[in-house]
Design a protein around this ligand. Structure first.
Ligand code: ATP
Ligand code: HSE
Length: 321
């Protein structure tokens, strides 16, 4: 459950008083998610999502995230929109945390994505890259290759509690990636966390994207590699070549992937697997066992990391140049 910060009714009503959203009717914490505290809120003027920003979100980055959501929506991409107060503000403070109110997006995320949904995500990701290309704010990727060493160091010797020898294995993998990380590939704004729980479907079609709080400037094809990790493996850990092909072909139908980008995919996917392995491992070690947050399994990403290390060319992902 991701409600780190509790909000009292009186202080919430006070916060909402700055908006034209009508009186507070009800609110409840949303169990899903691991990063921020989210509440589903009903007011006279409709249904909203209230987000309180927690540890991994830097307050100074909020104008980038909120601005990006507004920019993408103005270009036709369906994503939550910050509600503006009567004073023209989109960001405020509640229960000691930075907070914002968003429009509610209809739809459900897919617990067991099928190949057609992978294709749709590929298309949507390419559209996002294209639509964000003229967004004028910049945010370096704090969880990019240059930030992984600090995460691994932060895990310390307790990494070996998850699996014997894990710390040395990750150290070797990280060193390899630091030395071989591709340079010069097309870069721009990426979502950086487009997992199934951040993609909504309605009546069988992709209806919107949420959770832009890792969005940043980085290699575009790295975003595709993240989706390859998040969408194209089965619950038993096996890579599904049909889903992988659908995702990549969906992406290519909306944005041309150069030969260099395609060739770099296995390396970028190793990086993507390591990034989520490291954040999960860090949380596994540091989030107290009695907290109300369901920790995500680092071993799922260890298996994915090992799979990507075994890949010899993009043909192993089911695609050709
Ligand atoms: N605008 C919205 N409309 C409808 N539901 C939403 C909206 N924003 C968030 N939610 C719901 O809240 C849940 C958690 O939101 P979100 O994914 O942004 O949280 P998070 O803690 O950042 O999660 P994650 O672990 O994916 O980083 C979502 O799975 C979704 O059910
Ligand atoms: N999508 C991430 C959690 C949010 O950062 C994961 O599955 O590890």
């Amino acid at each position: 459950m991701a409600v780190y910060t509790d909000v009292g009714e009186a202080e919430l009503a006070g916060f909402l008083g700055r908006y034209d959203c009508g009186p507070l009717l009800s609110y409840k914490g949303i169990a899903e998610g691991v990063e921020n505290s989210n509440f589903l809120l009903r007011a006279g003027g409709g249904t909203f999502i209230l987000t309180l920003y927690e540890k991994r979100v830097d307050r100074d980055d909020l104008p980038f995230f909120v601005g990006l959501m507004r920019h993408l929506a103005s270009r036709g991409l369906n994503c939550p929109q910050p509600v503006v107060t009567r004073d023209g503000e989109t960001l405020g403070e509640l229960a000691g945390r930075p907070a914002a109110l968003f429009t509610f997006l209809e739809g459900m995320w897919s617990r067991r994505p099928h190949a057609d949904q992978c294709r749709e995500v590929g298309v949507a990701l390419a559209q996002l890259h294209d639509l964000a290309s003229d967004f004028d704010l910049r945010r370096p990727n704090a969880l990019g290759v240059a930030g992984w060493r600090q995460l691994l160091d932060g895990c310390g010797p307790r990494a070996d509690d998850v699996e014997d020898g894990l710390r040395d294995e990750l150290d070797a993998e990280l060193r390899f990636l630091e030395e071989n990380w591709p340079k010069g590939l097309p870069a721009g704004v990426i979502h950086a966390d487009l997992f199934p729980d951040n993609v909504f479907f309605l009546s069988g079609e992709l209806s919107g994207l949420i959770d832009f709080y890792f969005a940043c400037n980085d290699i575009l094809a790295y975003d595709l590699a993240i989706c390859l990790c998040a969408w194209c493996f089965e619950q038993d850990g096996a890579y599904n070549v049909t889903k992988g092909r659908a995702l990549i072909e969906g992406y290519r139908s909306a944005r041309v992937l150069s030969a260099a980008e395609l060739a770099a995919l296995p390396l970028l996917a190793r990086g993507a697997a390591l990034r989520f392995l490291l954040t999960r491992l860090y949380d596994w070690i540091h989030v107290p066992a009695n907290s109300f947050v369901t920790k995500k399994d680092p071993k799922e990403y260890l298996r994915k990391s090992r799979f990507h290390r075994s890949v010899r060319s993009i043909a192993d992902y089911g695609v050709h140049e």
